[in-house]
Design a protein around this ligand. Structure first.
Ligand SMILES: *[C@@H]1O[C@H](CO)[C@@H](O)[C@H](O)[C@H]1NC(C)=O
Ligand SMILES: *[C@@H]1O[C@H](CO)[C@@H](O)[C@H](O)[C@H]1NC(C)=O
Ligand SMILES: *[C@@H]1O[C@H](CO)[C@@H](O)[C@H](O)[C@H]1NC(C)=O
Ligand SMILES: *[C@@H]1O[C@H](CO)[C@@H](O)[C@H](O)[C@H]1NC(C)=O
Ligand SMILES: *[C@@H]1O[C@H](CO)[C@@H](O)[C@H](O)[C@H]1NC(C)=O
Ligand SMILES: [Cu+2]
Length: 312
């Protein structure tokens, strides 16, 4: 099995000009003043390790069957780890990625879900998620690029005022260099402390395969910055429990009041989980702009269709 996995990866990389080190996984989570190791699939799979705070991932690649339960917490991550990380509401949580390739551009999103008690016995398949952080294309770059320039790490904030209890934090990069998009989720088990009483409302909560059905992603190779900026990260708005604005990183529900039609379109489409975006597909990356096609798993010749952003 081990060899066939690498053999497969090797051959999928051969079509590119260069091989890259891989895609990436969350190799450390910093939260509540502690650092917890991530699940390193190429080591921990074979060492007899058991997952602690950070749940398993099958590989450093994307979740291939993203229309099923594996999209929740990656392949192997439905099953619990043995530990929870204690953290007070309103505190940061940093996800350190082992590596992130520069051609894997796209949104970064962090969700949480109540474990309904004990995360160390909680199966993630039926989790209902609320969004705590999201960034698409903003300030001239995709969120993944911001992550790369921040030492391949991303910091989200446990919402201030969130009621104490055990929660999963689900952090994810969505890479748009191939079609379909590639999903790289990672789940960590948290015990949130504090005196908050905030609970997500029904409209804040989504089920994980559902939220990604029928999303039209922008074409990162040919769309204009305005078109990419108009893209609203899928899912509900970011929760707030204490009346303050959502923490950094999020343009939603309203983009910085740039009175262009793209901002208007984005705002208009963010009322619910459905995202109205130009319908595009992805050409095979040009060699000059694509250091690797190791990961162009879904790249294929597609006829590009363009429809206009829906205008209200
Ligand atoms: C790790 O194990 C899982 C299932 O146990 C398997 O699907 C996956 O391919 C393995 N990953 C690696 C990198 O060998
Ligand atoms: C999750 O992924 C694994 C490995 O690809 C696959 O064997 C399994 O059937 C998937 N589970 C679901 C619920 O799709
Ligand atoms: C960058 O990340 C590595 C690995 O997570 C870490 O060891 C290093 O201290 C980080 N550097 C900075 C400047 O944060
Ligand atoms: C509107 O967008 C343009 C181009 O991205 C930018 O230069 C300008 O500063 C923005 N204005 C506001 C008010 O955000
Ligand atoms: C979401 O909003 C869009 C655009 O207004 C609408 O077409 C769609 O039916 C809505 N979906 C849901 C689930 O409310
Ligand atoms: Cu990749």
């Amino acid at each position: 099995m081990h060899f066939s996995f690498y053999t497969l990866l090797f051959f999928s990389c051969l079509s590119g000009l260069t091989l890259v080190a891989g895609h990436g996984f969350v190799h450390e989570v910093d939260v509540g003043g502690q650092t917890y190791p991530g699940w390193n699939p190429s080591v921990d799979n074979y060492s007899g390790a058991v997952p602690g705070v950070v749940r398993k991932v099958a590989s450093d690649g994307p979740v291939v069957d993203f229309t099923g339960a594996n999209i929740s917490c990656n392949v192997g991550g439905s099953d619990p780890g043995t530990k929870v990380a204690e953290v007070s509401s309103g505190s940061p949580i940093t996800f350190d990625w082992s590596y992130w390739p520069s051609d894997h551009q796209g949104p970064v999103t962090t969700y949480m879900a109540s474990c309904g008690g004990d995360c160390t016995t909680f199966n993630a398949d039926n989790a209902r998620w609320f969004k705590i952080d999201a960034m698409g294309y903003q300030d001239g770059q995709w969120a993944a690029n911001k992550l790369i320039t921040n030492n391949a790490s991303w910091t989200s904030t446990i919402p201030a005022g969130l009621a104490p209890g055990q929660y999963l934090a689900r952090h994810e990069i969505i890479a748009l260099h191939s079609n379909p998009a590639q999903y790289y989720p990672s789940c960590s088990q948290l015990k949130v402390t504090g005196s908050g009483t905030g609970q997500p409302s029904d409209s804040d909560l989504v089920s994980m395969p559902d939220v990604y059905s029928n999303v039209q992603y922008p074409d990162i190779y040919t769309d204009s910055p305005a078109q990419m900026q108009a893209f609203v990260v899928p899912g509900p708005p970011i929760v707030t429990f204490d009346g303050t604005a959502p923490a950094s990183n999020s343009p939603e529900p309203s983009l910085s009041s740039n009175s262009s039609s793209t901002a208007t379109a984005a705002t208009a489409s963010s009322d619910n989980g459905t995202t109205m975006i130009p319908q595009t597909s992805y050409p095979t990356p040009m060699p000059s702009s694509a250091p690797s096609s190791s990961c162009s798993l879904g790249s294929r010749k597609l006829i590009r269709r363009r429809s206009l952003v829906k205008r209200h």
